[in-house]
Design a protein around this ligand. Sequence first.
Ligand code: CTP
Length: 214
Amino acid sequence: MRVLITAGPTREKIDPVRYISNYSSGKMGFALAETAARKGHRVTLVSGPVSLVSPKSVRTIFIESAAEMACEVRRLAKSADLIIMAAAVADYTPAKFAKDKIKKTRTVISIRLKKTEDILAGLGRTKRKGQILVGFAAETSELLKNARLKLEKKNLDWIVANEVGKKDRGFSSDNNAATLISRRGKKIVLPLQSKKSLAEKIIRILTTEHTEKH
Ligand code: CTP
């Protein structure tokens, strides 16, 4: 299969020396890419800034902002059979980029933010027949309810629901737990384990689904 995976955070520039980002390490997306390539799939990885080495046999493209990720993903999605959006894309970006470094003159300042493009929702709108679209839902509360809403709203085939904000899992951790929910209502619970072993299971489930569909 031709597999497109996104990973890591995005960086949204405020001025020449500052940016807004999040705690995503990229480990889950990189583990998924590494596993899929090892299983013989043709993998392209689009990643935000992370301190990880590009997996063997994976074509890795590094981007910085949500807008850059949107651009690359839109281009690459056309020829992908399976798309997994594991990246923690920034939801908001500064409304204006300050050309000069913002000076420390006032006690309180505010930065106006505007919504970024929802890349996954866009892919859901242009999804080809047979193409499998998978999203991640990073939640701090009402995990399954919020994940199901995202699955429907973004026209996904699967959503990987995972809790964030806990020390032992998610974002920067080496471990994670996840629940996979399919559009047909299938629910698969994967308990806390290393991201590498979780990646094995997720890839197996998603590629089996592909075989079943065709
Ligand atoms: N996503 C995306 N483009 C964005 C924001 C998110 O493609 N601008 C994708 C993520 O890669 C992930 C999924 O959407 O696969 C869900 O991301 P999440 O942050 O959990 O949800 P949001 O849709 O951003 O909603 P909210 O932040 O309100 O929970």
